[in-house]
Write a protein that binds this ligand. Structure first.
Ligand code: LLP
Length: 417
């Protein structure tokens, strides 16, 4: 399901209104991200419903999109947050997410981040190494508190995805290897300033198969069962996120299917009364955001026809970093041949978006689809290019605009550096 569609005259539509009108009425230029807040909230609601019981937790992976307008809407559905830094923690809290619905991961949390998590009273700090258990325990002891922790295990599972987004294989920096878990429990149980409340895993992103998610969940459930058998307590199991969306290569399982399968598994494994945590990021926001760009110029060479945009790898780095393909289409008419190689102005050969049917003559504006997740959050000012603007729409109108900080601000900051 995507909020993106085309009207009868072929114009791209988001949030019920032609995209070009949304951009026009927002008063900002391109490049600009445009999001459909209603569709995002709906996506989050479907996930919350898929877990039905309020003891479960949909922890939105805030790293996918940190915009306050978006995090607040997701929070209103009852979802919590999965954060990986103090900055994200403060955004989640500021957006109205209750601390007991926030979990925090990261292999190397700074002391001030551990302190902030303990101080806020979050649901659990995911610890990713035995060494980290000692660090969290020391910080908790210093503040006279008991820190709730959850062990993130590394189940040693390979996934069919780009190596940059695979996190559950044996060589990954993430999680505690299965062989070390016994020692980790022992270490944690000995510390008076930490309490183990959860156990989890996240094997990676862009998962196309429910089976691999279930394999990881099974591993978590088995370890959790053994833990319970040994007379210890555990409040939740966390199966992570990672659900792929349809970037144009064909349908993928719906996020709710992953969650339903994991939930059934937990029941079969005798963990039916335990709370389940899932951490979707991309699937909540990815399909409901686009990047609108202008065509700056065409270039013909003996081998290629290029369309150069005013958006580049600094605005959307996924193609350059993961070889990802995002569909690029004319904004006000349906895609058609001929196809063009699309690229941005950044001085890197990686600043290419692939070949796309933009038609002749080239449109003045294009839409880069499915860019709501890991688009703006990974943007940079490389090559002296200011961050893009963001437009938040709902029910056919622009609700909020976050303007680009602009070139002047960038120049001033660099001159002051
Ligand atoms: N939980 C943990 C522990 C994670 O590390 C991540 C993503 C998620 C949940 C959410 O995964 P999602 O549902 O969004 O796939 N920048 C890359 C993706 C990096 C994902 C990092 N961790 C991309 O653009 O594809």
């Amino acid at each position: 399901m995507s909020g993106f569609s085309r009207d009868a005259s072929g114009r791209a539509v988001l949030a019920g209104t032609p995209l070009s009108e949304l951009v026009e009425s927002s008063g900002v230029g391109t490049p600009a991200y445009v999001y459909d807040l209603g569709a995002i909230a709906n996506e989050a609601r479907l996930m919350v419903e898929a877990l039905s019981n309020p003891r479960h937790l949909v922890a939105y992976a805030v790293k996918a999109n940190t915009a306050g307008s978006i995090v607040r809407r997701i929070a209103q559905t009852g979802a919590g947050a999965d954060v990986v830094s103090r900055g994200e923690l403060e955004v989640a809290l500021g957006a109205g997410i209750r601390p007991d619905r926030i979990v925090m991961a990261s292999v190397a949390k700074a002391d001030h981040e551990i302190d902030a998590a303990i101080e806020a009273g979050i649901r659990a700090i995911h610890v990713e190494s035995i060494e980290e258990i000692d660090r969290v325990a020391a910080r908790a002891e210093a503040s006279g508190k008991v820190a709730p922790i959850s062990l993130r295990m590394n189940p040693g599972i390979d996934i069919d995805a780009h190596s940059h987004v695979a996190t559950g294989h044996r060589e990954a920096k993430f999680g505690i290897p299965l062989t070390e878990l016994g020692a980790a429990w022992e270490r944690a149980d000995r510390k008076r300033s930490v309490k183990v409340v959860g156990l989890g895993a996240h094997v990676g992103s862009t998962l196309k198969s429910v089976d691999v998610y279930v394999a990881s969940a099974r591993s978590v459930c088995q370890v959790a069962r053994d833990r319970l058998k040994s007379g210890k307590t555990l409040e939740f199991v966390d199966f992570g996120g990672g659900f792929q969306i349809d970037y144009g290569a064909g349908p993928v399982p719906r996020p709710a299917e992953f969650v339903a399968a994991a939930r059934q598994l937990a029941e079969r494994e005798g963990l039916g009364s335990m709370a389940i945590v899932v951490e979707p990021g991309r699937s909540l926001v990815g399909p409901h955001g686009v990047l609108v760009a202008s065509v700056v110029q065409e270039k013909r060479t003996p081998t290629r026809r290029w369309a150069f945009l005013d958006a580049a790898m600094n605005d959307l780095i996924r193609p350059a970093l993961y070889g990802a393909r995002h569909r690029i289409e004319p904004i006000d008419r349906a895609p058609s041949e001929p196809s063009f190689y699309v690229a941005g102005p950044v001085c890197e050969s990686a600043d290419e978006f692939g070949e796309h049917p933009l038609g002749d003559p080239l449109p003045s504006r294009v839409v880069i689809r499915d860019a709501g997740a890991y688009g703006f959050t990974m943007a940079s000012s490389y090559n002296g290019r200011p961050l893009p603007a963001e437009i938040f729409a709902e029910d056919g109108v622009v609700k909020h605009v976050s303007a680009s900080p602009g070139r002047d601000a960038w120049v001033k900051a660099r001159l002051q550096a």
